[in-house]
Design a protein around this ligand. Structure first.
Ligand code: SF4
Length: 532
């Protein structure tokens, strides 16, 4: 299969799930939970299941339904489990990096699933004197860190058994960056959210047990009721003694910074974050966009699926009729990448097709949630014009995406971001639209319904809450180990659009983040666009 595709939006990082339900066979429940989280990662899936004495792990490349079937689930007997769906951000897309990660250590065994990105992997590998190749992703590194501490805690006695939760309180403060985790040993389930809470994690209750999940729809599907979000800087330990809350970080280190793009695009519309249902928040984004950037038009069209709620809001507020102008192929599943720009239009057509009779001779307002690289949007605008649209006015329900994410999203390098150093008018020209407007940051935060809550907006403002290393790149650990990254581990795509070269962009890279070189190596203006 050779066609393009890239998303017009940032791509997800991972979904995590955990369950503790004594007396029940939980593998089918984990399957359902992962199925509800499939949108967060489609590269690989896996689960680790314990019956109290033995842990079994099954993981493989592919969708949840491709990795698991009744036969495999029947072999996973136990009442305690964690599960994971992966989209790679650090470490290549390969079986070895599929999760959960598993280790035997400290007289026990454990597994870990990770959503996010560590930003101090080099510091950690150096502190442990690890040889190249010993950890091939930041998640693998977390498993190695925990395993070493378990071995130390168990001591030299042959029957020593270390406590996972006790070890975590020592290990976690050494980790920096974004990490929501689920862990399990033979008898305990643990949930962790980093002190900034970049990635979501919620706690649910079954009649006979507990559930942890990245998003609330995964609780709904397994019949668990929502208890609360795991708080930034909190560790939840679930076992025979019940559900306990630990706080391994000092209070001054805890500073909520939930990823703003969970609200814009990443999480499901039926998810609840900060007490808000995301569909309603996305409709409000469209309403505020209509206030901020009106246009004379005949119809408002949303780009399926994630642009639809904002288009609904834009239409409602502007009074311009809402219509279905684009049909999405529901079976597109994961995307295909082909760096050949000549194939872009075909890639868009695999995903979207215009309703010609609906849009012919109309002035369209086309609403999408974000523009990252711009190539997909450009091809979509051309497709709409070719289908007979008289005018195409683009309205985006988030601000320009100018800086790379180092906290668990795959946005490409700074050189690949169309808004990195182009003004809105220049972007509009490149996209071939009649007009282009982005929702302002303050309006976006207002639309969340919780404007004063703590958010990360670093990709919009370069205000990185945790300093990021200039050498961080998707295949970073493998490259340093001399391994060949997997086929998806590319950070070397050339910028597909015209760029300003030279001092202007380099200067912006250096001056922007202003924190430990944040964003600097992330593209530093080179059109070859490597992170490292
Ligand atoms: Fe989310 Fe952007 Fe922050 Fe990454 S940089 S965590 S995408 S808000």
């Amino acid at each position: 299969m050779s066609g393009p595709v890239e998303h017009s939006s940032p791509r997800e990082a991972c979904g995590i799930f955990g369950i503790y339900a004594p007396g029940r066979i939980v593998a089918p429940i984990v399957f359902d939970g992962l199925y509800a989280l499939q949108h967060r990662g489609q590269e690989s899936a896996g689960m680790a299941v314990s019956d109290g004495t033995t842990m079994m792990v099954v993981k493989d490349m592919g969708l949840v339904t491709q990795v698991f079937n009744d036969y495999k689930l029947a072999g996973l007997v136990g009442y305690l489990a964690i599960g994971h769906t992966r989209y790679s951000t650090t470490g290549s897309s390969s079986w070895h990096n599929a999760q959960p990660m598993y280790r035997q250590a400290g007289g026990t065994e454990f597994a870990v699933g990770h959503n996010g990105n560590l930003t101090n992997t080099q510091e950690l590998t150096a502190s442990m004197a690890m040889l190249p190749g010993m950890a091939t992703s930041d998640s693998d590194l977390i498993a190695e860190l925990v395993a070493r501490e378990l071995d130390i805690a168990a001591g030299p006695a042959p029957n020593g058994v270390a406590s996972l939760s006790a070890v975590l309180t020592e290990v976690l403060p050494r980790m920096k960056g974004a990490f929501s985790l689920v862990l399990a040993d033979r008898c305990n389930l643990v949930g962790v959210r980093d002190p900034n809470g970049f990635r979501p994690l919620c706690l649910g209750k079954l009649d006979d047990g507990w559930v942890l999940a990245s998003e609330t729809p995964a609780l709904d599907i397994v019949g668990a009721h929502f208890v609360r979000e795991v708080e930034p800087g909190e560790v939840i330990v679930i076992g025979a003694d019940g559900c306990q809350s630990l706080r391994p970080w000092p209070p001054e280190r805890v500073q909520p910074r939930l990823c703003l793009f969970e609200f814009v695009y990443l999480a499901r519309p039926d998810s609840r974050l900060y007490g808000q249902e995301l569909h309603a928040a996305r409709v409000r984004m469209g309403e505020l966009l209509a206030d901020q950037a009106p246009a004379a038009a005949d119809m408002v069209v949303g780009v399926p699926d994630s642009g639809l709620p904002a288009a609904e809001g834009y239409s409602r507020r502007s009074g311009i009729p809402y219509g279905h102008g684009l049909v999405k192929n529901r079976y597109i599943g994961r995307t295909f990448i082909n760096p050949d720009p000549g194939q872009r239009a075909l890639g868009v057509r695999r995903k979207l097709n215009p309703l010609r009779e609906t849009i012919r001779a109309k002035r369209l307002i086309v609403v999408d949630d974000s523009i990252v690289r711009g190539t997909t949007t450009r091809a979509m605008v051309a497709m709409l014009r070719e289908a007979g649209a008289k005018e195409v006015h683009l309205r985006i329900s988030s601000p320009p995406y100018r800086w790379p994410c180092f906290y668990g999203l795959d946005t490409g390098t700074r050189a690949e971001l169309i808004a990195a150093d182009l003004e809105v008018g220049e972007i509009c020209d490149y996209l071939g639209a009649d007009s282009l407007a982005y929702l302002a940051l303050e309006a976006l935060k207002k639309a969340t319904g919780v404007p004063s809550a703590g958010f990360c907006d670093a990709c919009l403002t370069a205000d990185y809450p945790v300093p990021v290393p200039i050498s961080l790149s998707k295949p970073g650990l493998e490259v340093s180990a001399g391994l060949r990254p997997g086929s998806r581990g590319t950070d070397t795509l050339a910028a597909p659009f015209p760029r300003r070269a030279g001092p202007t962009q380099a200067g912006a890279d250096q001056a922007g983040p202003g924190q430990a070189g944040a964003g600097a190596g992330a593209g530093a203006g080179a059109s070859t666009g490597t992170d490292s």
